[in-house]
Design a protein around this ligand. Structure first.
Ligand code: DAK
Length: 259
C-alpha cells in the first residue's frame, strides 16, 4: 500500500517505517494517524515482516499531535482523533511482532506517547523527549499519563507532565524511558542490528513473550504468572520448541520455522 505521510522499506524481514512529514516535524495530523494505523495493520499480516523499526524523517521523530489541526477540530473530529490515537497505540502494543522506536530527534507530546507504545526505545544522542501539552493548556491524551507513570514511576512522570520540560537522551536513559543512546549516525544501524538478533529467534516464542508481558503488566502477580504459564504451554504447540532444544543438545544453531 502507498502512503502519503509514511515511508516503508522492508528488507531482511525488518520493516523500517518512517513518519515522513518533516516540514511539520512529523506532527501527527489525522492523515498520519490513519496511515500509521493502516501500516501497522498491514505489517501485522505480512509474514515477510518479523520486526518493525519506527522512526522519523528529518530532525524529529514526531513533535506531537498537530497543534494547528487541533485548533480547528469540531468535537466530533476531536473524538475521532482521540479514538484513532488510542487505537494506534493499542495496535502497536498488541501487534505480535517487536516494534523498536528509533528516536532520531524531537519526541514530544503525542510523539513521545507513540514511542512509549513501542516495545522499547533506542535514541540518538541529540534526541529530545517531553510531554509539553501543559504549555497548551492540555494534558497528554494518547496514554502518556498512564504509560509514562508505569514506566518511570508516578513522581518522575508528574514532574515531566506538570513542567512540560524537554529532556535529552541521556536523562531519558537515566529515567528508564529509553534503553540505549547512540551517536545519531549509528542509530538506525543499531536498531537494525537488534531487530535482526530478534528475527533470528523463533517468531512464535517472541510473539508469546510480547503478549505475556503486555497482558500481565497491569495485573496482580499471581494472575500475570498464570498468563505466563499459559503462554509457556503454548510454546509447546510449535515445532520451534523441539528444534531449539534439539539444536542445543546437538550443539548446533537452531533453524526456527515459525513466522
Ligand atoms: N504541530 C504542528 N506543527 C508543528 C508541530 C506540532 N506539534 N511542531 C512543529 N511544528 C511545525 C512548526 O509550526 C513549523 O512550521 P512552519 O512555521 O515552518 O510552518 C515547523 O514544524 C518547524 O518547527 P519550528 O520552526 O518550531 O522548529 P524549531 O526547531 O524552532 O523548534 C520544536 C522545534 C519541537 C521545539 C517546536 O517546533 C515545538 O515546540 N513544537 C511543538 C511541540 C509540542 O508542543 N508538542 C506537543 C503537541 S500537543 C488528544 C490526544 C493527544 C494529544 C492531543 C489531544 N486527544 C485525545 C484529543 C496530543 C497533544 C500533543 O502532542
Amino acid at each position: 500500500m502507498a502512503y502519503n505521510t509514511l515511508l516503508l522499506e522492508i528488507a531482511n524481514s525488518i520493516a523500517l517505517l518512517k513518519v515522513n512529514r518533516p516540514q511539520a516535524l512529523n506532527a501527527l495530523n489525522q492523515e498520519v494517524l490513519l496511515e500509521l494505523l493502516a501500516a501497522f495493520q498491514e505489517l501485522e499480516k505480512d509474514v515477510n515482516v518479523r520486526a518493525i523499526i519506527l522512526t522519523g524523517e528529518g530532525k524529529a521523530f514526531v513533535a506531537g499531535a498537530d497543534i494547528k489541526e487541533m485548533l480547528g477540530l469540531t468535537p466530533q473530529e476531536g473524538r475521532r482523533f482521540s479514538k484513532f490515537g488510542h487505537t494506534l497505540m493499542e495496535t502497536i502494543e498488541n501487534i505480535g511482532k517487536p516494534v523498536i522506536a528509533a528516536v532520531n530527534g524531537f519526541a514530544l507530546g503525542g510523539g513521545m506517547e507513540l514511542a512509549l507504545a513501542c516495545d522499547f526505545i533506542f535514541a540518538s544522542d541529540d534526541a529530545k523527549f517531553g510531554q509539553p501539552e501543559i504549555n497548551l493548556g492540555l494534558i497528554p491524551g494518547f496514554g502518556g499519563t498512564q504509560r509514562l507513570a508505569r514506566l518511570i514511576g508516578k513522581s518522575h512522570a508528574k514532574e515531566l507532565i506538570y513542567t512540560g520540560q524537554m529532556i535529552g537522551a541521556q536523562e531519558a536513559k537515566e529515567l528508564g524511558i529509553i534503553n540505549k543512546v547512540f551517536p545519531a549516525e549509528d542509530l538506525l544501524a543499531a536498531a537494525k542490528k537488534t531487530a535482526s538478533t530478534i528475527v533470528s529467534k523463533g517468531a512464535w516464542a517472541v510473539r508469546l513473550a510480547k503478549s505475556a508481558v503486555e497482558a500481565g503488566f497491569d495485573l496482580d502477580l499471581k494472575t500475570a504468572c498464570q498468563i505466563e504459564s499459559d503462554s509457556f504451554g503454548l510454546c509447546f504447540s510449535h515445532s520451534d520448541q523441539k528444534e531449539g532444544i534439539t539444536a542445543f543438545i546437538e550443539k548446533r544453531k537452531p533453524a526456527f520455522t515459525s513466522t
